[in-house]
Structure formats: C-alpha cells, structure tokens
Design a protein around this ligand. Sequence first.
Ligand code: TEU
Ligand code: CA
Length: 560
Amino acid sequence: MTKSIKWWQKAVVYQVYPRSFQDTNGDGVGDLKGIEQRLDYIKKLGADVIWLNPVYASPDKDNGYDISDYEDINSKFGTMADFDSLLAKAHEKGIKVLMDLVVNHTSDQHRWFIESRSSKDNDKRDFYIWRDPVDGHEPNNWGSFFSGPAWKFDDKTGQYYLHLFVEGQPDLNWANPTVRESVFNMMNFWVDKGIDGFRMDVISLISKPDGLPDGEVPEGAQYGNSDKAVANGPHVHEYLKEMRQKVLNRADMMTVGEASGVNIENAVKYANQDNSELNMVFQFEHMGLDNNPNPALGKWYDKKVSLVDLKANLSKWQNHLAEKAWNSLYWDNHDQPRAVSRYGSDRPEYRVVSAKMVATLLHFMQGTPYIYQGEEIGMTNAYNLQRDDFDDVEIKNAFKYLVDKDHLVDEATMLKYVHAKGRDNARTPMQWNDSKNAGFTTGLPWLKMNDNYLTINVKNTLADPNSVFYYYQKLIRLRHELPIITTGTYQLLDPNDEQVYAYRRVSADEELLIINNFTNETITRDYQVPANATILIGNYEDDAKSTLRPYEAKVYHFVK
Ligand code: TEU
Ligand code: CA
C-alpha cells in the first residue's frame, strides 16, 4: 500500500451498548456514568475507539434507534453533562468516541414528525414520505424489516407514511434539501462537541428508488441481503458527498456506514479512497450466509454456516476492497448473536478455545476490527430466555407475524431460531462478576441476565492469564505493533477445505500464516511452514506442528 495510513486503519473499536453495560443508580438500565466508570477496563483491553449505540432522547420502541431529539440525552442514560464528562474522560485516556447516527428515520415522537402528521399543508409534511392509498391499500408491497407492512395509515390526513422499520420509526425524506440541511446542522452540533466520528445506521437506505416501485419480494427482511430492493438508491452517493463537505470534513473523523444490501461494487463507492464519502462500511453478506432457505423466514434459522461459503465470502471482500476501499471486520454487534455460539462452540469444554479461534480468524484480516462488549470474555447466546422474556421488537414481531399470524413455523421452532439468531442474545447485560446480576445492576435488569454469569464474567477472565480477554488484548497489541496486519496482502489457502480456514498475509519481506481449525476434531494439515517461522499467537500452549487440535488457531510469522 503506497498511500499513507490513516489513524482509523490501525485502530480497534470496542462497541458499547449503553443500556447493558453498567448501571450506576439501580434502575436496571446501564448509563453514561457506568461507561465512564468502566473506561479503564476498555483501556486495559487496548481498544482505541468506543462506538456508543444511540444515547439520544427516545421512546425506545427500537432501543434508541427511534430518536425523538437528536440534541438531547435519553434520561434513562443520564444528562448531557454526563455525556460531556464521559467524552472528556475518554479523551484524557486517549480513547476516541464514535456516535451512532440514526437519520434514515426518526421517532414518531420527534417534533418534525408531530408537525408533519398534523396536516397536509404543514411545512414539515414533506420531511417524511407520505402517499395516498392505492385502491384502498398500501402504496406498494414493501415490508418492514421487522415483519408486517412498511406503511402505516394515518387517519388524520388519510395518507400512509413509510416506515422501513417499526411504525414508530417514520422514514425521513432525504430528497427534501431542508431535511438534509437539518440533519447536517444536527451533526455539526456533535462535531462541535469534539466527537471523533459517526457509525451511520442503515445509511444505504436513505435514498429511495424513484417512484417507489414494488419490490421483487415483499418481505423487508430481504432488503438486508439483496441489492435489488430498496437499498443503495439513486441519490445516496450524492447525499453522502454533500454530508462529507458540510460536516465530515470539518474534523479528522472516522466514519463507518452500516450498509444493508451493499455489495462489492457499491461498497467501493461508499468507502472509496478519494475521501469523498465514508471511510468504510459494515457489509452484511457474511451475516446472511446462514439464513433460512425459505426467504419468508429471512434470518430465522439454526443451521451453522458452511465454512467453504464463509471463506469465499470474506475472501472476496478482502481481495476486492484491497487498494480501493477499506473493510470493517466484525462478527458481533447488538443485532447479531454471540460469535462463539454462532461460529465456535459454547459447550464448556470448547468455549474458551473456540472464542479465541473465532477471534484469530477475524483479527488478522485487513480492515478495522470491531469488538462487541462481552465478546472479549467469550459471552454466549442466552438460552435461558423464553418467549415472554424477550424485549427486542424484531423477535416479538417474528413470533407475532411469522408464528401466530402466518403459521410459517411453530412456536418451539421459532424459539430455537431465536436462541440461535435473536438480537437479545447480544443484549443481555454485561457480566462483570459472580455477584447478584453479575455486578451490572443492584436493581432489576431491564432484560434478563444470561444465567451463565456465575462462571463467565470479567472478574474470572481477568484472574486467568489464559483467558479470552488476554488473548484479545494480545491481538490488539499485535495489530498496533505489526504493520503487516494493516497493510499486508491477503491470500486464502485451500478454499475447498471444509474444516480449516487458513490464509496468509504477505508483505515485501515478511509473511504471516494464519491457521484456524473450525471443528471439534483433531485433524492433520501440512502447510509447509518454513524452518525460521515462529508462533506469534495461538490458543494451545505448544505447537503440535501438522496436528490441529479441536478449534486450534495459530499464527506463524516469518521473514522471507
Ligand atoms: O440495523 C439495520 C439492519 O439492517 C437490521 O435490519 C439488521 O439487519 C437486523 O437488526 C438484524 O437482525 C440497524 C440497527 O443496527 C438496528 O439495531 C436497528 O434496529 C435498525 O437499524 C433500525 O434503526
Ligand atoms: Ca441506570
């Protein structure tokens, strides 16, 4: 790579889900003061940046992704003074802060929408997407991402408004220049506070296709995996270029666009290296590989991904973005199940070793890695939660529409799918220690705890030198120390091997060989490791050479 390396290309991001991180006032909800108290923990891990899920004022129909005031803090989380203090303390410790930016939609309680729905001639009417009924029905066949139709009829004015997510999340009309101006002004309010960047929620959806035509498939769940539906509309790149000029260029910011429905071709546009749009995107292709073969069920399924498919997909992104754009690297976030449960094994005998393997696989790739809270201690899916325990609107709607209404699967099967894929697997509170409610709260947690916190918790992981935590700490340190991890060329080995994911990173004078046994079996492979190679990191104590033990991961380093 000839271009100079930017700070965010060497950085590792730690994602904090504020609601579930640390409660300080006993109301059962994590808060900003709690994050401030735990900054030293994040510092100890070694992360450079924190991404905060939305902390703005919100009726919480979709856990903060429905914002009613962009310039105010959700009172459950604290006050603006708490935010300013957290930002200052993070900066003192050399940690940067990324804010979530949710501007495809607002809450229906936002003053813009309250005005917009009040009458057809209100000056905010055109801030949102209103349409007349067609033959007494919805204007088109679009479905919400979270089941059901994407249109809501409003009696007051006899029109439908568009909501790609839940009813309480009306979509903003980005075609209206006053909407764009209002959003950019709001973003500048945060830039002026000194934040270090934005993670942009479903930014690939802000420009709607001209004329709002019917989709090929009515289910909104498809939009996340298809480039044929509503994503990547005709003006999205124009809007982002305008945002870059009016907001993002005012500081040395890091930006990552969450891009449902993005493919390689449009990712290269969003994250191009001419600095005209974003630094990188979150792509979803690898998250869709273990979807249900029945498109109407979307992500709801419990079969493991095929390793061959996973390799092909991740390698495609590594190879095609190289020198052209920049990858973000993630397994986990607040919308995904736990990585160890999904890709490794959360059985007690394999949990630690496989959590490290899954980490090794990702953290030696090219891109900016994201660690989601709890991933660094090997937190698992929450199998103890039952239908009535779930909080997530996506899960509730899946039961309501796919089970109760459409009878696509029975309730027990859906529960199995939710235990494999549901978002609440990631949202159960952080497990700090083995005291009541894992030290997360002295009150009643807003979402039931994962009942394995007596063994899986931060206190235990910090006391054990062989823990998942110290492994992540070392992965981060290696990325900071070895430029080849940032800049080396990626080469996949043996694409058809169904058991091992092995790849190389290559620079002019050195090389890394990364080997990951994806199975719980002992197998043999000969990668012709050169005699001068040394082990940089691994999840077993010794090197058994061509023997690979269950979930073994190891990385050889050698000078050519
Ligand atoms: O998620 C966008 C998105 O594409 C989701 O549909 C995602 O595929 C799904 O949650 C996986 O189950 C973003 C946020 O990350 C999510 O938390 C919000 O609910 C959503 O946007 C609406 O703002
Ligand atoms: Ca609290």
